[in-house]
Design a protein around this ligand. Structure first.
Ligand code: C2O
Ligand code: CU
Length: 557
């Protein structure tokens, strides 16, 4: 493969993503960051220069498995020390699977400050994909607040809790429009922003998807939302889902597409509507009561001018809390028939761990917990702890996390004892163990409330064996999908429901598995997996990964 070099300067910049000027984290002065466009087998080398005056950074390559390069995964305090202001760092990894990916900051809440971009991996020349199209388009979507991420982050651990509320805007490829007249009453925490809103700012003009009548397009869509479950609609056009998280799926036709943070899709659509006009591409919130106007882009039938706005109503998504519909759509996604599922060879799973998702309190502060442990990562990167024998002792100070939760836990009620415990422990897997993970949702601290959580695993794709409502029991094993489970790197667990995934621990490294909702991860909603721990001392951890926590001593010699 080719070697592709990138040189990125990371800085703050003034930007008006939704017509209200704020600071965003830019890469080479761009927002969203530059797109990496590569081919299977390429080596990607990204040298970053951190020009943020007072914050350190890392970049996580979401969906890239990092086989043989666990040090380049870009998860702060898991794979590396964050890169200090004025410092440099060089990521190097091979992209080994074609698909739609992205990258983002993975330290604090920097992703929500706009620190992200697209990463597209194309098949090698001569490889045939299981579908055809004439041309390609790509968007990355997110939700957007006018409060800084520092403000948002501090609020999360304030007592009493200070919650930022629903987003001001939804952005498509970094563009949206904060329209005061569209914002529902009571939903404007910063109504002063209406005064400073400049609707003609070039940075907030709607993103344009140009098409030619009669052609078929592959549209790549990825969500880096901080909070929201989103729903995407191309007015007047059906979409056929053909790829999910970098894996081919059996084609499914939809007229609206649920997108959970951390997921990516390719959909095909044909420009087969009245070509004398343009159409809306619309993005709405689902899964939480929406208080944010529809995010809009323009599906521009050439040669109409892109400024020819549709006069039709903006797209309306299914009811936000119709979770059965969300579940049904998630269940429609199956592995493409050409993919082999290796379960015979894997001969079932070697063990199952069950992860109960609850909202809790710690000294009066709101947390999320897994089996009643809220994750506080070590201040020494886990990968270094497993690489250097003399650091291993830090793990004895933190017990391994529980493999399951108390039987009989009532998932339909707020926790009887809301208090959680803090942990930094690791689930350790032997090389090549086959692991099933049952993600079990439950009621939050509020009566009659349970939320969607999109779970994302680093270092792997996993098979999604199934979803269900209520408490997962061993009987449910009989009804899981062992035939064509889709390979994903992110999967939702629905309110009061469960999701089961399976993967083989065949990638030596330390990998976070966490809720991709930025505030939830920040409030402890994640676990750490270490795989093939015997092999980790052989990893050559670059010196640039070190320097924080106990790794300071290594550098001093
Ligand atoms: Cu896209 Cu650990 O995250
Ligand atoms: Cu969550």
């Amino acid at each position: 493969g080719a070697v592709k070099h990138y040189d990125w300067t990371i800085d703050y910049d003034f930007w008006s993503p939704d017509c209200v000027e704020k600071l965003i984290i830019s890469i080479n002065g761009q927002y969203p960051g530059p797109t990496i466009d590569a081919t299977v087998g390429d080596t990607i080398i990204v040298k970053i220069h951190n020009k943020l005056p007072t914050e350190s950074v890392v970049i996580h390559w979401h969906g890239i498995r990092q086989r043989g390069t666990p040090w380049a995964d870009g998860a702060a305090f898991v794979s590396q020390c964050p890169v200090a202001p004025e410092d440099e760092y060089t990521y190097q990894f091979v992209v080994d699977n074609a698909g739609t990916y992205f990258y983002h900051g993975h330290h604090g809440m920097q992703r929500a400050a706009g620190f992200y971009g697209s990463l597209i991996v194309r098949p090698k020349a001569g490889t045939v994909e299981p579908f055809q199209y004439d041309d390609e388009l790509s968007i990355i979507v997110n939700d957007w607040w006018h409060k800084s991420v520092h403000d948002q982050e501090r609020g999360l651990y304030s007592n009493p809790f200070r919650w930022v509320g629903e987003p001001q805007s939804l952005l498509i490829e970094g563009r949206g429009a904060y329209n005061c007249s569209l914002v529902p009453v009571g939903a404007v925490p910063n109504s002063g922003d209406c005064v400073t809103c400049n609707a003609s700012a070039p940075q907030c003009q709607p993103y344009v998807l140009p098409v030619t009548a009669g052609k078929t397009y592959r549209l790549r869509i990825a969500s880096v939302a901080s909070l929201s479950a989103l729903n995407f609609i191309l007015e007047g056009h059906n979409m056929t889902v053909v790829e999910a998280d970098g894996n081919y799926v059996e084609p499914v036709v939809v007229d609206n597409l649920d997108l959970y943070s951390g997921e990516s899709y390719s959909v095909l659509f044909t420009a087969n509507q009245d070509p004398t006009r343009n159409y809306w591409a619309g993005l709405n919130v689902r899964g939480r009561k929406p208080l944010t106007p529809t995010g809009l882009a323009i599906l521009n039938y050439l040669p109409n001018p892109s400024t020819l706005l549709p006069t039709t109503p903006t797209p309306v998504s299914p009811l936000w809390n119709d979770y059965n519909l969300s579940l049904a759509q998630a269940q429609q996604i199956k592995a493409h028939s050409s993919l082999e599922i290796p379960f015979n060879e894997w001969s079932g799973s070697d063990r199952t761990i069950s992860l109960l998702n609850t909202q809790n309190k710690l000294n009066g502060v709101n947390k999320w917990a897994i089996n009643n442990v809220t994750l506080v990562p070590l201040s020494t990167p886990y990968l270094a702890v497993y690489t250097y024998k003399k650091l291993k002792k830090v793990l004895s100070a933190t017990p391994p996390p529980p493999l399951t939760y108390t039987p009989g836990y009532d998932i339909f009620q707020p926790p009887v004892n809301p208090n959680t415990t803090v942990g930094s422990g690791v689930y350790e897997f032997k090389l090549n163990e086959v692991i099933d993970v049952v993600i079990q949702n439950a009621n939050t601290l509020t009566v009659n409330a349970s939320e969607i959580h999109p779970w994302h695993l680093h270092g792997h794709d996993f098979y999604v064996l199934g979803f269900g409502n209520g408490v997962f029991t061993s009987n449910d094993y009989d009804n899981l999908n062992y035939v064509n489970p889709p390979l994903r790197n992110t999967v939702p667990v629905f309110p009061y429901g469960w999701t089961v995934i399976r993967f083989k621990a065949d990638n030596p490294g330390v990998w976070p598995f966490h809720c991709h909702i930025e505030p939830h991860f920040h409030m402890g909603m994640g676990v750490i997996f270490a795989e093939g721990t015997d092999l980790l001392p052989r990893i050559r951890l670059p010196a640039q990964n070190l320097g924080c926590g106990l790794t300071k001593d290594l550098i001093r010699g």
